[in-house]
Design a binder for this molecule. Sequence first.
Ligand SMILES: [Zn+2]
Length: 169
Amino acid sequence: MNFSIKLLLLFLAVFGFIFFMKSHSESSFDCGMAYSDGKPLGNEQCVKIDGSPVVVQTAEKYYVMRDAAKKDGVNLSINSGFRTYEEQEYFYNCYLTKSCNNGNFAMPPGYSNHENGIALDINYHGPNYAWLSTNATEFGFVRTVESEKWHWEYRPGSKCNEFVNYTCN
Ligand SMILES: [Zn+2]
């Protein structure tokens, strides 16, 4: 092998390695401490969907639903997925002061299901909401907040009842 071919092979190996590391690191990342009922659960691994971090296990379920919706000509997208304690603190403060995030309802930091990774805020405009209402349960996603058509949680086999104040057992 002459020198220039060796150099080319070296270049390809280095480039390939960098490309592999880059695509690998983008597939999942540490998105911070998860919380439930005010208690830390440990750090979660997330992927990015539509710019929002989503816990890997929830993302895998969401992809199945998103693909099914797409086959019906419905394009689901996400506005919010996993949130850190600090992010939830911000939204909770918005809710208390009504000065940001439209003053939307938010649980106190540590208590939102966005912090344990099962909650997704899904774009509900156009045909999306009707599709979700009919099909989401089949994929394990249920609506749990009466005033928020966008808020869905992955609770497979849950007995969430939209007619009884969106309570879940
Ligand atoms: Zn939400």
